[in-house]
Design a protein around this ligand. Structure first.
Ligand code: ITT
Length: 198
């Protein structure tokens, strides 16, 4: 049995997905498990930067081994935007408030009206701090942005993202099917490989 790792999230969905992948021999604690209820700043201008801010915040204040993630949708025709702004894209463009998934997708579809290059990718960056050392891994899934939303499952940009080699958007797939190929899955697989090496 390995020493517990703290995952700097309170998102129960992410936590259970990561626990499934890492397996029972690598126990993972959430922020609430360690009594951390801080609103951790995510003010960096890259995914890796935000993951690093979160991981450092927790490892420094709670003296533990820890990892944190950040995810963005990177659209080729928009030079990689919304990227690090994915959660609050509409708000960052003066539309809507907070994390409004429908407004974010609507804005993206408008920006891509008439654009034929619809390539996009989801990317998850993970930073691990273990025994005082910092490591980075990431996971990517390539795909394209549809011209209209399809499907009702999932969250965020799922209804407008179609992974390469598939004919359904993430929101039309079962959670199991999405989680088998997703960016987060690939990043967590990379984290597991890293943990086995170090
Ligand atoms: P935390 O509380 O863990 O920070 P978050 O909402 O910021 O949650 P992420 O950093 O993982 O979540 O993702 C940022 C945004 O990217 C998220 O709000 C969605 O808009 C989008 N996103 C991330 N993963 C996605 C997925 O699997 N499908 C669709 N959209 C996703």
């Amino acid at each position: 049995m390995h020493k517990p790792l703290v995952f700097a999230t309170n998102n129960p969905h992410k936590l259970s997905e990561v626990r499934d992948i890492l397996g029972a021999s690598r126990p993972v604690l959430s922020l609430s498990d360690i009594g951390c209820h801080d609103d951790i700043p995510e003010t960096a201008d890259t995914l890796e930067g935000n993951a690093l801010l979160k991981a450092r915040w927790v490892s420094e204040r709670f003296d533990c081994d820890c990892f944190a993630d950040d995810t963005g949708l990177e659209v080729a025709a928009l030079d990689g935007r919304p990227g690090v702004l994915s959660a609050r894209y509409a708000m960052a463009n003066g539309e809507g408030e907070g994390h409004d998934a429908a407004a974010n997708s609507a804005l993206l579809l408008r920006q891509l009206e008439g654009v034929t290059d619809r390539r996009a990718r989801f990317r998850t960056a993970i930073v691990l701090i273990k025994d005082g050392r910092e490591y980075q891994v990431d996971g990517v899934i390539n795909g394209s942005i549809t011209t209209a939303p399809h499907g009702t499952d999932g969250f965020g940009y799922d209804p407008i993202f179609m992974p390469e080699g598939h004919t359904q958007t993430f929101a039309e797939m079962s959670a199991h099917e999405k989680n088998t190929i997703s960016h987060r899955r690939r990043a967590t697989d990379a984290l597991l490989q890293l943990l086995e090496k170090i």
